[in-house]
Design a protein around this ligand. Structure first.
Ligand code: FAD
Length: 373
């Protein structure tokens, strides 16, 4: 497997974006090689929470909403498919979300959210303090009210990324553990890459490098803007005897019990470049917010603290495009806080574009939107 020196389609990055692209390409009979020095799903794609949240979040007030909804439907199909064809359980489940209000300001925010839910025809209802405490007995007893809404998905993003890759390999694709350090051009084409150990030639190249896609700007000598940046997020996994009924959300804090039996609490949004270190400061902050939301968590045993980097663009929309002025190169990145949710739709979008071999005339996820006029 490691001897590969040629591939029709070479995908740089074995996160969920690269693996889903390879999966949907394989469905069209196009085989690819995916290269990554870390392994499969070893950056954000494997360490994310794995919520599939079309209820809230940046970017959902435009075309991304329909895209995300479609992606959620694709997740249901993928879950069934991978269970039956590969025996891999992505652990997909759906649960209610309790949006908590601790004061009148929170209630005002939830009123705005309720209006969006009405417009999007989501099933939800307002709960008073005692109704909420009835369904979630371990939340802060000073809760003043909230909303309970249907439709939150949750899965194991690492299993899903592995399943994509396993399916790709089953259909003739390959994974190579190596790092791309340099591109080799012939006029307007990238004809090969230099990795740490060898040169691999290719006909088509797909950059699926998460936040590291910013590197493409250097590689192509700043011919165009590709504004993606890393935003670090930390999560703490706690051992508790409690079983929250729902996914609990308050301001920018969530807590949810996952299928590993642990309660995951998060998160942070840190603009600290490519630094992936876990910090004591984030731990204190997350635990104090989680313990305010659910006092029982104050003394819960901490099992694991993780940190990883979201690929974020200025408008929180993904980048899915052909690279300008280069005939055979594509980029998929910018999943932001929703890269797991969006992965099926993003991967399928890319596979279609690669198969067609030309940019879309109207592409909401194109690089043109970053052009300086
Ligand atoms: C704390 C946290 C929680 C999150 N929770 C959720 C969630 O609940 N739901 C959700 O939808 N999203 C969530 N996300 C976002 C989601 O994880 C990301 O948007 C998504 O994983 C990005 O996937 P990717 O494949 O684009 O990038 P990555 O997973 O970062 O993969 C990019 C890969 O490219 C490789 N690479 C980089 N440079 C090179 C090179 N030169 N050569 C070869 N390979 C290279 C890297 O090693 C890496 O493996 C979360 C993110 C964080 C940080």
């Amino acid at each position: 497997m490691e001897k590969i020196t040629q591939s029709d389609v070479l995908i740089i990055g074995a996160g969920i974006s690269g693996c889903s692209t390879a999966y949907y390409l394989a469905k069209k009979g196009i085989q690819s090689t995916i290269i990554d020095p870390m392994g499969v799903g070893e950056e954000a794609s494997g360490w994310a929470l794995g919520d599939l949240n079309i209820l809230t979040g940046q970017g959902l007030d435009g075309p991304l909403f329909e895209f995300a909804k479609n992606s959620l439907d694709m997740h249901r199909l993928l879950h069934e498919e991978f269970l039956s064809t590969l025996g891999i359980d992505t652990q997909l489940k759906f649960l209610d979300t309790s949006f908590i209000a601790m004061d009148e300001l929170d209630i005002k925010d939830l009123e705005i959210l309720a209006n969006q839910f009405k417009k999007r025809k989501f099933n939800f209802k307002w709960m008073n303090s005692s109704e909420l405490l009835n369904s979630e007995p371990e939340i802060n007893p000073n809760v003043v009210g909230g909303i309970i809404a249907e439709g939150m998905g949750l899965l194991n993003p690492w299993s899903l990324t592995k399943a994509f890759m396993e399916d790709v390999e089953k259909n003739g694709g390959h994974f190579v553990k190596d790092k791309v350090n340099e591109l080799i051009f012939d006029n307007e084409k990238i004809v090969a890459v230099k990795t740490t150990t060898k040169t691999i030639s290719c006909k088509i190249i797909v950059f699926a490098m998460g936040p590291w896609a910013i590197k493409i700007q250097d590689w192509v000598k700043n011919k165009f803007l590709l504004p993606v940046r890393p935003v670090k997020g930390q999560i703490i996994r706690l051992e508790t005897n409690s079983t929250p009924y729902s996914y609990v959300d308050w301001q920018d804090t969530y807590l949810v019990k996952k299928s590993d039996g642990l309660t995951w609490v998060g998160t942070t949004m840190e603009e600290t470049g490519f630094d992936k270190a876990i910090t004591e400061e984030a731990k204190k902050d997350i635990i104090s917010r989680a313990a305010f939301l659910s006092p029982i968590l104050k003394n819960a045993k901490q099992i694991l603290q993780t940190a990883c980097l979201r690929p974020v663009t200025d408008d929180w929309l993904p980048i899915l495009d052909i690279l300008p002025e280069i005939d055979n190169a594509y980029v998929i990145t910018g999943g932001g806080r929703k890269g797991i949710l969006l992965a099926p739709a993003m991967g399928s979008f890319m596979a279609n574009m690669i198969n067609d071999g030309k940019p879309l005339p109207e592409n909401p996820y194109g690089l043109k939107r970053f052009t300086i006029n």
